[in-house]
Write a protein of this length. Structure first.
Length: 83
């Protein structure tokens, strides 16, 4: 289930919630479904980088980077941010 950020247009409350496919979330304060999906904040660097690289190595081992050129794969797996 993906985690999304929302802004309630009825009461102005900002919140995040897990959303299942095919369900409509509601504001936890006023129960309104007049919501605007917002962009999530960027995670800070640090331990997150190590976690991200570990997930990329697993994805590469499972063949999920097959649509990248060999040089782009190498950049992804070395942690380069400019592809």
């Amino acid at each position: 289930m993906p985690l999304f950020d929302y802004h309630c247009q009825a009461c102005g409350h900002d919140f995040e919630t897990l959303v299942r496919t095919g369900t409509m979330p509601a504001c936890p304060q006023c129960q309104s479904t007049a919501l605007e999906k917002c962009l999530s904040r960027i995670s800070p660097a640090g331990k997150i980088e190590g976690i991200r690289m570990a997930h990329r190595r697993v994805a590469a081992a499972q063949g999920h980077f097959d649509h990248y050129s060999p040089s782009d794969k190498a950049k992804l797996l070395q942690g380069k941010k400019n592809i």
